[in-house]
Design a protein around this ligand. Structure first.
Ligand code: ADP
Ligand code: ASP
Ligand code: MG
Length: 423
């Protein structure tokens, strides 16, 4: 018997009608002879609305423990309503919070990491012939407090549950027909990708393609969980993401570029005029890391003002801008550098593809496409299967479209975006 984990995102369960449609799909899958565990997100934009509400109550950052308690309620609403909708069809269904489903996490509220997954009650429900529904995005900490896994975290719940149940596949149902060569909300001519390696998917998720939570992809890689990303609004086959897929003749023919990810959530810090000596970069980057801010790209070059000093620039999540600037400023007197600058709203475009390993012209073609679109490149970083550039955020969407066309990724038909607000 096949065991499936089906995960439905917020736009797939946005209202009662959507909930009934999802229930029908789950029931049909169950009646076809499969064991089905479901993971649900909060309805529509509920999580954002709860965050707004918390903001109206607390002028500053709300207490983390209480914020997690609040946000976890969004998924609880979905799980109970979906269980009711499934029961309507005469199929037994039981909903479970993250805690009841055995999702044990660390104590980092708002960005908790899963430490252990023991879904005994879920398994018992499946073994008894029922459907189990688990609230996504949440767990219970080692201190027995409710935690959340970070925005988009229901994907991670689903993959972790699939790994713990040894499921045959984890299906991620969303509001587009799969993973596309670019976000179809920005590039209507984006093309659906039929299969993607886990490494390419990791690069896409790590660099802004929010269709999959990065940690879900990392988890899938570690535990070899096959992923199928598809639409809950259509029956179309989506995108398969498989770990350790053997290299066959047809995989060798795969395109050079598999997609373009973009990220609008970054800011850039520059420390200007740092005396050029060993240890300078370590001091600056170390201070930022100790402040708990993760750095994305780093560039160091000789200062334009003085040949004996250098400038170090790095990108960080825009939400961590103040923290990072304060950490660098604290070093200013001791290290004797001239200034600390901050630019918020920088944009990042990343071109991803396993085929670029053996294709030396990809970088020059990318830079030529950006030049043709009048986009100025501020920073560049590369991995074996990715090239990323930082540019002004106001140029980003045009840049993505220009690069998409330049690499001949445009499809003849426009992609369908079935729902969601893209919020
Ligand atoms: P869900 O609520 O189902 O979790 P998300 O909003 O988190 O859905 O993710 C789906 C959205 O991801 C799509 O509507 C699309 O705008 C966006 N997206 C970004 N990059 C891509 C991509 N490369 N392919 C498909 N969708 C993408
Ligand atoms: N509801 C949460 C969010 O909006 C988790 C998720 O949907 O994956 O971020
Ligand atoms: Mg999501």
């Amino acid at each position: 018997m096949t065991l499936l984990v089906m995960k439905f995102g917020g736009s797939s369960v946005a209202d009662a009608e959507a909930m009934r449609r999802v229930a029908q799909r789950v029931v049909a899958t169950h009646r076809a002879g499969n064991q089905v565990a479901v993971v649900v997100s909060a309805m529509g934009d509920t999580t954002d609305e709860l965050l707004d509400l918390a903001g109206q109550i607390s002028p500053g950052p709300p207490p983390e423990r209480e914020l997690d308690m609040l946000l976890s309620a969004g998924e609880r609403i979905s799980m109970a309503l979906l269980a009711m909708a499934i029961e309507q069809h005469g199929v037994p269904a039981k909903s479970f919070t993250g805690a009841q489903a055995g999702m044990r996490t660390d104590t980092a509220h708002g960005r908790a990491r899963l430490l252990d997954v023991q879904p005994e009650r879920v398994r018992a429900t499946l073994d008894a012939g029922g459907v189990a529904i688990v609230a996504g995005f949440q767990g219970i900490s080692t201190d027995d407090d409710i935690t959340t896994l970070g925005r988009g975290g229901s994907d991670t719940t689903a993959v972790a549950l699939a790994a713990a149940l040894d499921a045959d596949v984890c299906e991620i149902y969303t509001d587009v027909d799969g993973l596309y060569t670019a976000d179809p909300r920005i590039v209507p001519t984006a093309r659906r990708v039929t299969r993607l390696t886990i490494e390419e998917t990791l690069e896409m998720a790590a660099h802004g393609a929010k269709i999959l939570h990065l940690r879900a992809v990392e988890y899938a890689r570690r535990f070899h969980v096959p992923l199928h990303v598809r639409s809950s609004f259509s029956d179309k086959e989506g995108t398969w993401i498989l770990v350790g897929r053997p290299l066959t003749e047809d995989t060798m023919e795969e395109p050079i570029i598999s997609g373009i990810a973009h990220d609008k959530s970054l800011g850039k810090v520059t420390a200007v005029g740092i005396p050029d000596r060993p240890g300078a970069a370590a001091a600056v980057v170390g201070a930022v890391a100790r402040a708990g801010v993760s750095i994305d790209m780093i560039v160091q070059n000789v200062s334009t003002s003085d040949a004996h000093t250098s400038d170090i620039s790095f990108t960080i999540p825009d939400t961590d801008g103040q923290t990072a600037v304060a950490a660098v400023r604290a070093l200013q007197d001791e290290m004797g550098f001239a200034d600390v600058l901050y630019t918020s709203h920088v944009g990042k475009l990343s071109l991803v593809g396993a085929g670029m390993r053996s294709n030396p012209s990809v970088a020059s073609d990318l830079f030529a496409a950006l030049a043709g679109a009048g986009v100025n490149i501020e920073m560049i970083s590369t991995s074996e299967i990715r090239i990323s550039v930082i540019c002004d955020q106001s140029d980003l969407e045009d840049a993505v479209r220009a690069v998409h066309t330049a690499f001949e990724l445009d499809a003849e038909e426009d992609a369908v975006v079935y729902g969601g607000t893209g919020r």
